[in-house]
Design a protein around this ligand. Structure first.
Ligand code: ZN
Length: 368
C-alpha cells in the first residue's frame, strides 16, 4: 500500500479512536481509582505496541476491501414511526455503538455518532461505510444520552453539540467520571457523571453505570483520566444493557449476578483484529457470545461493526458471519444473538410489532 500523507494522518487518528497504550497495573486487586485516573478491575497485560500494529497493517494493506465493496445491511430509519406512540418499547441501531431505545415513554440514546467520520477532524479519519440512516433533526425529543467512554467513535463532539441544541431541549447527558468538564467547556450543562455501579432515576427509568474492560483517550496526554463502562436501563418491565466497548473480563459475570439477567444486551462484535493487539480492549465474536451468557441475557444484538472504515483490521462484513457460525456451533436461536440492519427498528420485547419491523433481506446471516 502506498504511504500517503492522508494515510499517515489517518493512522494517527486511528490511534486516538481505538488503539492501545500502556499504563501501570496495580500489583493486587485494587479499586479502579488510581492517582491520575482509572484502571480496569481484572489484571491484564499492558497493551501491545500501537506502532507495531500500524506497521503490520500498512505492510499487509489491511483491511482489504473487496472490489465489489462490503456486504453491509442498511435501511433508512422510519423517523415518523419513532415519533409515534406505537413504536414503544423499541430499539433502533443507528450504526456502530449508537442505539436509540424507546422505553417507559422516554427516548434514550447511547454513544451517538451522526458525523461522516469517527475522527477529531472533518476531512480525514475513518469514514462512514453506509449512509447515515437518520439525522439528528429527524429524531424525536431525546430525553437521555448515555456515553460509554471518551473515544472518538463513542463520544462525537459534533453529535453531542447538535443534540444539546435540539429544538425540543437538551437531553440529560449521563457520562463516565471525569467527562463533565469536557461538556462544560462546550457549554453543555445538563450533564451528570457516574462511577461504576452508580444509578440514576430518569422518571420511570432506572439507569446504572457498570464496569467493563476498556480504556479512554482523547488527546495525547489524557489517557485513562476519564472512566469507561456500560449502561443498564430498567423500565417498562424490561432490563437492557449497552456494553459500550470492552475486552473480555469477569465484569460481565458480576453484572449478570448483580442484576439477575437481562431481556436485551447490546454487545460489540466488531473491532477484534488483530487479536494480538485488540484482545485486551475489544471482544471477538466467540467472546461476545460468552458475554451474553455471563450477563444472562435472553437476547442480544451485535453492535460496533460495519459502520466506519479502517478502525480495525477484520473485514467490515465479517462479524455477523462469524456470529452465525457461533450460533450454529452453540445451538443458539437467531433471536438469542442477532444483528440488525443499520437504521432498522425492532420491538424491544422481541415480538414483531406491526409494520415497523423491517423484513430480513435474505442476507447470509439472516438464515443462521
Ligand atoms: Zn473505545
Amino acid at each position: 500500500m502506498r504511504v500517503t500523507p492522508e494515510r499517515c494522518i489517518a493512522t494517527l487518528l486511528t490511534g486516538l479512536a481505538c488503539a492501545g497504550c500502556v499504563w501501570a497495573q496495580p500489583a493486587a486487586p485494587a479499586a479502579h481509582h488510581v492517582p491520575g485516573g482509572f484502571v480496569n478491575n481484572d489484571a491484564h497485560p499492558p497493551n501491545a505496541s500501537f506502532w507495531a500494529w500500524q506497521w503490520e497493517r500498512l505492510r499487509n494493506g489491511l483491511p482489504k476491501a473487496p472490489p465489489q465493496g462490503w456486504n453491509l445491511p442498511a435501511v433508512k430509519t422510519d423517523a415518523a414511526l419513532l415519533r409515534s406512540p406505537a413504536a414503544n418499547p423499541s430499539m433502533t441501531w443507528i450504526g456502530h455503538a449508537s442505539v436509540l431505545l424507546r422505553i417507559g415513554g422516554k427516548n434514550v440514546l447511547f454513544d451517538p455518532i451522526f458525523s461522516p467520520r469517527a475522527s477529531p477532524l472533518s476531512f480525514v479519519g475513518p469514514k462512514r461505510l453506509v449512509p447515515l440512516p437518520i439525522e439528528v433533526a429527524e429524531l424525536p425529543k431525546i430525553d437521555v444520552v448515555m456515553i460509554s467512554h471518551n473515544h472518538y467513535d463513542h463520544l462525537d463532539e459534533d453529535s453531542v453539540r447538535q443534540l444539546a441544541n435540539m429544538a425540543s431541549g437538551s437531553p440529560h447527558f449521563l457520562v463516565p467520571l471525569g467527562l463533565k468538564q469536557w461538556f462544560a467547556e462546550r457549554g453543555i450543562t445538563r450533564v451528570s457523571e457516574a462511577d461504576w455501579w452508580q444509578g440514576f432515576d430518569e422518571g420511570p427509568l432506572r439507569v446504572t453505570f457498570v464496569p467493563v474492560q476498556h480504556w479512554s483517550r482523547r488527546t495525547l496526554t489524557d489517557t485513562n483520566t476519564t472512566l469507561w463502562g456500560g449502561w443498564v436501563v430498567e423500565g417498562e418491565e424490561l432490563r437492557v444493557i449497552h456494553v459500550g466497548d470492552s475486552g473480555y473480563s469477569n465484569d460481565f459475570r458480576d453484572i449478570g449476578e448483580r442484576f439477575g439477567g437481562f431481556d436485551m444486551a447490546f454487545i460489540p462484535i466488531g473491532g477484534y483484529a488483530p487479536r494480538w493487539f485488540m484482545q485486551v480492549m475489544h471482544l471477538d465474536v466467540p467472546e461476545a457470545v460468552r458475554v451474553r451468557a455471563d450477563l444472562r441475557a435472553a437476547r442480544a444484538i451485535g453492535i460496533h461493526w460495519g459502520t466506519f472504515e479502517n478502525l480495525t483490521d477484520e473485514p467490515a462484513d465479517e462479524p455477523p458471519l462469524l456470529l452465525a457460525r457461533q450460533r450454529a456451533e452453540q445451538g443458539l436461536r437467531i433471536d438469542e444473538f442477532d444483528v440488525m440492519q443499520i437504521g432498522e427498528t425492532r420491538s424491544l420485547r422481541g415480538e414483531p410489532v406491526g409494520l415497523w419491523v423491517v423484513p430480513a433481506l435474505g442476507l447470509p446471516w439472516g438464515a443462521g
